[in-house]
Design a protein around this ligand. Structure first.
Ligand code: FES
Length: 120
């Protein structure tokens, strides 16, 4: 089983202890980025943990993820480099920027995808 290095940029305005830092964790290919981060004490935001609500959304800056376990994830999300870490397994080393919920909501609304404008 391979393990990948995942660098998580936590923006200053993110309500997480590591705000303003970049944290590196090791994530096995079979594990989700969110749960791996949380087990390292990086308590990234999340709600459903099923790839549905988008509250965990992050930007994929480098690398590839397997997002096939997400209950609701669109090709347009992938094209915009937006991922759902709660159900994203690393397929390579990654660099992500956490706390992109607002961007995800805007992106979904622009593409007429749920939750659309209902959360704005
Ligand atoms: S926590 Fe709901 S989509 Fe990730």
């Amino acid at each position: 089983m391979s393990t990948h290095t995942v660098a998580i940029e936590v923006p200053e305005d993110c309500d997480v202890e590591q705000a303003g830092e970049t944290v590196e964790i090791e994530v096995p290919e079979t594990e989700y980025v969110l749960s791996a981060a949380r087990s390292e004490g990086v308590w990234l935001p999340a709600d459903c943990q099923q790839g549905w609500c988008t509250s965990c959304a992050a930007e994929l800056l480098e690398g590839e993820v397997d997002q096939s376990d997400a209950k609701r994830y669109y090709e347009s999300d992938e094209e915009a480099d937006l991922i759902l870490p709660c159900t994203a397994k690393p397929e390579s080393d990654l660099r992500i920027r956490a706390c992109r919920y607002d961007e995800m909501l805007d992106h979904r609304a622009e593409h007429d995808k749920p939750p659309g404008r209902s959360k704005r």
